[in-house]
Design a protein around this ligand. Structure first.
Ligand code: DON
Length: 301
């Protein structure tokens, strides 16, 4: 497996088309697209890496997996009255279906749904406390207290997040926001601005694979459901394509990171900042396609 990872990192370095770095968050626009990292945290505790696996990147929407786990921990199945469990078939920041579907977002991974998730774990507490709790969850999962939020990235997104503010106001107009829009947006943007390396992210994802030595951060059924949502909704309108090509649940972020789970086997983090047309890491997806195929790993047997 180590040789395969080195081979994949080498192929990525030589790739002529690395996709396009996200520019709508100004602080992310300057990230060097020639970076690629991959880390595999195995069920038995071993960790293998290749490339820039120790370079921190903005996890962005990958944070929605941890936020969902935290929100479910707070309110359990009550969450599903406020957000659905179906793929949207639209881009991550689309507002289209919200009008037709009375302010109930399709799933917790599109931005509208993630804003509801953030509002749920924010609950009555203040953003600092809520983010502290989210960081504690991620740090416990990764067993790494150095994981932090990049304040510059958070401010950059707050300053330019007109579309997310629109989504939040639209949700509020349907009575699907408990806290003030500014408070929810501030918390959401800080959540997305968490920085992690591939090594840290792969370790943090181990709570979704049923590893022997992990503290049980979520119950079995909840872990399975989060994986199901990652498979069906984790790549937005590219989710079907990711399932077809990789065959494993995954969650992407516009920072170019992807967290992929092979249930019972491994948690994998891959990162390459250039994105494809769906806003998911281009080389990250290609790397996972090669990795899953060569390992023979798929949830489809
Ligand atoms: O809300 C946003 O637009 C970003 N903070 C996160 C979007 C994102 O990562 C979409 N993923 N591919």
């Amino acid at each position: 497996m180590q040789e395969l990872l080195l081979e994949i990192a080498e192929a990525a370095a030589g790739s002529p088309d690395k996709g396009n770095v996200a520019t709508y968050i100004p602080e992310l626009a300057g990230v060097d697209p020639d970076q690629f990292g991959i880390a595999v945290a195995l069920e038995d505790g071993r960790l293998l890496t290749a490339g820039d696996a120790d370079v921190p990147f903005s996890i962005q929407s990958v944070s929605k997996v941890f936020a969902l786990a935290l929100a479910l921990g707070r309110v359990g199945d009550q969450l599903w009255y406020r957000v659905g469990r179906e793929p949207s078939g639209l881009s991550f920041d689309s507002i289209l279906l919200l009008e037709r579907e009375d302010g109930i977002p399709r799933n917790p991974f599109i931005n509208a749904g993630a804003l509801v998730t953030t509002d749920t774990y924010l609950a009555e507490s203040n953003p600092r406390e809520a983010l502290g709790e989210l960081l504690r969850f991620i740090r416990a999962a990764a067993d790494d207290d150095s994981i932090h939020i990049n304040e510059r990235v958070a401010q950059s997104e707050i300053a330019t997040g007109h579309r997310n503010f629109s989504l939040a106001h639209y949700l509020a107009s349907h009575g699907n926001m408990r806290s003030a829009v500014d408070k929810v947006l501030g918390t959401y943007c800080h959540q997305c601005a968490i920085e992690m390396t591939c090594r840290q992210l792969a370790l943090a994802g181990r709570f979704l694979i049923d590893a022997d030595d992990m503290p049980p951060l979520v119950a079995v059924q909840r872990r399975r459901r989060i994986n199901a949502l990652m498979m069906t909704c984790g790549h937005y309108d590219g989710s079907g394509d990711f399932a077809f090509r990789v065959g494993l649940p995954g969650k992407s972020g516009v920072g170019g990171g992807i967290l992929v789970i092979s249930p019972g086997r491994a948690s994998i983090a891959v990162w390459s900042p250039g994105l494809n047309r769906y806003g998911n890491s281009k080389l990250g997806t290609e790397a996972m396609e090669t990795f899953a195929k060569r390992m023979g790993w798929s949830v489809f047997g």
